[in-house]
Ligand binder design. Sequence first.
Ligand code: NAD
Ligand code: UD1
Length: 339
Amino acid sequence: MRVLVTGGAGYIGSHTVLALLERGDDVIVVDNFANSSPVSLERVARIAGRAPQVHRLDVADAAALDAVFAAERPEAVIHFAGLKAVGESVAEPLRYYSENLGTTFALLAAMQRHGVRTLVFSSSATVYGDHQPVPYREDGGLLDASNPYGQTKVMIERILEDVAQADPQWRIALLRYFNPIGAHESGLIGEDPRGIPNNLAPYVAQVAVGRLAEVGVFGDDYPTADGTGERDYIHVVDLAAGHVAALEHLRTRDGIRAWNLGTGRGTSVLELIAAFEKASGRPIPRRILPRRGGDLAQTWADTARAESELGWRAQRDIVDMAADSWRWQSANPQGYDSE
Ligand code: NAD
Ligand code: UD1
């Protein structure tokens, strides 16, 4: 299949591009490298033994996108491109609404003009908001989100529902990711956040490698087994496989549907730190801090729908995730800038 991947140089995108190349697809990456490095795609090509076509452009640039669709003739699109920092979205809501919605409108218009009607969209467990019981189910009720980043995911899901309703030729997968961590087992590609990481796993990895001094644990008084927050961490290679499974499913199914991509299990902050200590063989200093505003005690996925309909389930556990993250982080202490 010829698959166009927006944001294909990023963390999840690069692992998914690799999975597509490895199964023989032709891959066209569109990325402006706003939050990534072209080195990720060179590494992907090294692992796969073949390279994607790469177009450096902003997805919001309709004319440039038109030219790519005309030249490359994709049959399906996976849309990863977007801004994703929750705190930044609270400080700069207009930028987040305009970027995340603007790129999606431009992409959908280009797909419509070029007769491409198969789309896999990167949604997030953030669309479940803070009122639903765990485990989160896809049909659990009204979607909501507590920050502008999350709201862009809710809005795009609704827009895509309307698009699919208006034209039954569309085939759309809404993939709601839980907490992607880990790296490809080669240690050649992985997560490379700019500046101080916002998320737990890359923060812990940078403490382990000596880039940061200690991990702040945001609250130890939650109603959980050890008092720290529990999340459904999912290995990024399993997540990439979920995209391949969704594309396969869309070959034979019209309409739009949402699937959770998680493991169905919660891991606490302290358990994650312990897994990284074991993987790295190094002690990881931590300090208990007050809760972070907006955080929930526990989130994890109900994975039954993805298992029964996509035939997909996560294969890797927290030990694999910490080991693979550590292999990437220790071989590339400064991320792709280490080269
Ligand atoms: P990332 O920042 O590593 O990747 C996004 C990629 O899109 C980057 O390569 C960036 O340069 C590119 N990009 C951004 N704006 C662009 C534009 N206007 N034109 C072209 N390229 C552009 O992020 P990621 O972690 O790989 O996330 C991918 C998607 O998954 C995002 O939509 C994100 O919101 C969603 N998601 C991520 C997580 C997570 O924890 N990482 C969780 C849930 C959902
Ligand atoms: C965050 C976002 C969510 C986004 C997801 C993936 C918030 C409120 N939510 O989710 O919208 O989809 O990232 O990008 O930002 N923690 C620490 N110390 C740290 C960092 C985190 O103790 O330095 C704790 C948190 O309190 C939480 C857990 O670790 O209990 C995981 O945090 P994080 O990795 O930021 O993910 P989420 O909060 O689940």
